[in-house]
Design a protein around this ligand. Structure first.
Ligand code: P6P
Length: 337
């Protein structure tokens, strides 16, 4: 039986994929792994200590911050600061991007966009939550990095990943050469390779979206629901609806079993709810690397040109066949014709 391979060993081994690598990206991924273990420790004992519930503050989105949101944000910024490989962090929990203020980091070449704890409103009811991160190389080569270094298309990502704090804690990431999943073994405190070369099934029978927004859905989404609930269900396959309310949980399940996750435009979220830089781009990179598809219903997520730090987009992501059916209905019933 092949021995255990830890995240650290795997990262170093795969560094050979990048002939000019000097180890910075490897160390950056290590830093994220360390912060994930610290956050995991607090998430797993939430309820036992006074870290549940609202922090009494709001983020730029006007969303109430949970204490664990703020805690996770602090831990990732701290780990990236002490690691010295990142010059800027764009995080859901800060209005502006954070310049890493340490002598070594000023000239660091990587930028991290992160949602430190996605789905945190679920924490108090013990539902899976996650961290989502995206890594870019800064574009500017001299002086301090700026917002333009952060606002890069998803195709420019060097790496992307997520951590799911669920029945077990897993870190799943890609550097553009496939997707690999690591499960945290608490007995040794290491993420160990458990899901090598992850591939999403090209088709599936799971659809994930919040049908509570039905009346506000675009016509194409309503037609897609009719397709999965009536038309295709009658001729080909029974479908099932699964919606956790935690993007990482829903997409991780679909990555393993096949499925589609949709967060379209709604009345409350006319531009979509999920953020491009630190939710949709990283998840799109991962799912594409696993053989899936990610769009806003019309255009590839990774090709969207960012203009704002916290900009939102609709997202249709998952098994290739399912997303293509949804996109064709979005096109057919688009009012933008
Ligand atoms: P709704 C969590 O707040 C999140 O950003 C995603 O993780 C999740 O899929 C979605 O929003 C849930 O949103 O409007 O269905 O509650």
């Amino acid at each position: 039986m092949s021995g255990i391979k830890t995240l650290g060993q795997f990262i170093i081994e795969k560094q050979a994929d990048f002939p000019y690598a000097k180890g910075e990206l490897s160390r950056l991924l290590r830093d994220i792994g360390i912060a994930s273990k610290i956050v995991n420790r607090e998430v797993n004992k939430a309820g036992l200590v006074d870290i549940l519930g609202a922090a009494g503050t709001m983020n730029i989105q006007g969303e109430g911050q949970q204490k664990l949101d703020v805690y996770a944000n602090t831990q990732f910024i701290s780990a990236l600061t002490s690691g010295g490989e990142c010059c800027i962090v764009a995080t859901e929990e800060e209005d502006e991007f954070v310049k890493i203020d340490s002598p070594v980091s000023k000239n660091a070449k990587y930028i991290v966009c992160i949602d430190p704890l996605d789905g945190s409103s679920n924490i108090d009811c013990n539902v899976a939550v996650g961290t989502i991160f995206s890594i870019y190389r800064r574009k500017s080569t001299n002086g301090e990095a700026t917002l333009q270094d952060v606002l890069q298309k998803g195709t420019e990502q060097v790496a992307a990943g997520y951590v799911i704090y669920g029945s077990s804690t897993m870190l799943v990431y890609t550097t553009g050469k496939g997707v690999n999943g690591f499960t945290l073994d608490p007995s040794i405190g290491e993420f160990c390779l458990s899901h090598p070369n992850m591939k999403i099934p090209p088709n599936g029978n799971i659809y994930s979206l919040n049908e509570g927004n039905y009346v506000h859905f675009p016509e194409g989404v309503k037609k897609y629901l009719k397709y999965v609930q009536v038309e295709d269900a009658a001729t080909n396959r029974p479908y099932t609806s699964r919606y956790i309310g935690s993007m990482v949980g829903d997409i991780h399940r679909n990555l393993i079993k096949g499925g589609i996750y949709i967060y379209p435009t709604t009345a409350r979220s006319p531009n979509g709810k999920l953020r491009l830089l630190y939710e949709c781009n990283p998840m799109a990179f991962i799912v594409e690397q696993a053989g899936g598809v990610a769009s806003d219903g019309f255009n590839r997520i990774l090709e969207i040109e960012p203009t704002e730090l916290h900009q939102r987009t609709a997202i249709f992501i998952g098994s290739e066949h399912m997303v293509h059916v949804a996109e064709s209905l979005m096109m057919e019933f688009s009012s933008e014709k």
